[in-house]
Write a protein that binds this ligand. Structure first.
Ligand SMILES: [Zn+2]
Length: 323
């Protein structure tokens, strides 16, 4: 545990069996109430680290609120270990509902449905009970206090404003502290890795929302950007430019793939260049294929919303072609 700014502590929560390795949890000491930003997978190893940091800081959980940036289990999984009848667990309305939905059959049936829609062969449909988001989800239904862009959470000398950072998930939120120019951006901006963007539904352009919110954060004055994984990002504007350029390249690859004829999402992903296991989609383990195809799906949907491609459904599978 390191004090990274006066009264703000960085705790690395281990993420077992995950290439992400660790979650960056932030604990902020206040005079009346403390705040903890994100928790970790629901795993005993992470829970032990989290609880020992709380003990070391002498935080009383009844006087400590929890801020969950987004619904992913590596951020929300341990919320039940910190929630008491007297403290608040903050989350956006959308992601708060999704966190509890992780406990329902319906969520995982919809998950399977999306995989089929992408054109995955039946032999490669992921068993969701082996998905980390399922295995390490929160213990039980949690009552969230809903927060939205512009809401203020004061902790000691810090006045945090909630910032809508949707894209990586439909309701991701971050915190901005204007006086000290601090920003907690969760998985909106990460060093070294590009945040995974998927098509959560067909109603919204999730990549478009992500890109808009990237440009919004780029325009903010930030001296310290604290993200959900990996290291502190020295210059957020440079990193945002890199991420924007990355998605431009990806969009170009998708258009290139469709020049060879109409394709479903799975086949489009086969044509794209990936930064994993030699880059050949066909050789990926099923779970990695799901992440890659979901990323291709978000890019195809973005092109659909922009009118560059059209889409039709054949036997329950989406097929895209150039307009
Ligand atoms: Zn995430």
């Amino acid at each position: 545990m390191i004090e990274i700014h006066p009264n703000i502590y960085h705790v690395k929560v281990p993420l077992m069996h995950s290439p992400l390795k660790e979650l960056n949890c932030y604990m902020i000491r206040g005079d009346k109430r403390n705040l903890i930003i994100d928790t970790g997978f629901n795993q005993p190893e992470g829970e032990a680290i989290l609880l020992s940091a709380i003990k070391e800081l002498n935080f009383d959980l009844d006087h400590t609120d929890i801020f969950i940036t987004h619904m992913h289990s590596d951020h929300s999984g341990l919320v039940c270990s910190l929630k008491t009848p007297k403290n608040q667990a903050y989350a956006s309305k959308v992601d708060g509902a999704l966190i509890n939905a992780l406990l329902t059959e319906q969520y995982w049936q919809d998950f399977d449905q999306r995989t089929i829609l992408m054109g995955f062969p039946e032999s490669e449909i992921l068993d969701y009970t082996e998905h980390p988001a399922y295995m390490y989800r929160l213990k039980s239904h949690t009552e969230f206090t809903h927060i939205k862009e512009g809401d203020v959470i004061s902790v000691g000398d810090y006045t945090f404003k909630v910032v809508d950072m949707a894209g990586h998930t439909p309701g991701q939120v971050g915190l901005y502290e204007e006086t000290h120019k601090l920003c907690f951006c969760a998985d909106h901006i990460l060093a070294k890795i590009t945040p995974n963007i998927i098509a959560w539904d067909l109603k919204n352009d999730h990549l478009g929302i992500f890109l808009t919110n990237l440009r919004k954060v780029k325009a903010m004055e930030i001296h310290h950007l604290f993200s959900g994984h990996r290291t502190v990002i020295p210059c957020h504007k440079t990193r945002v430019d890199e991420l924007l350029a990355h998605h431009e390249v990806r969009l170009g690859e998708v258009l290139e793939a469709l020049k060879n004829g109409s394709k479903n999402v799975y086949d489009t992903a086969c044509f794209m260049k990936w930064d994993f296991a030699g880059g050949n989609f066909a050789d990926f383990p099923v779970q990695q294929k799901w992440f890659a195809a979901s990323e291709a799906f978000a890019h195809l949907q973005h092109l659909l919303f922009n009118g560059a491609v059209t889409c039709s459904e054949h036997d329950g599978i989406l097929i895209y072609q150039l307009s």
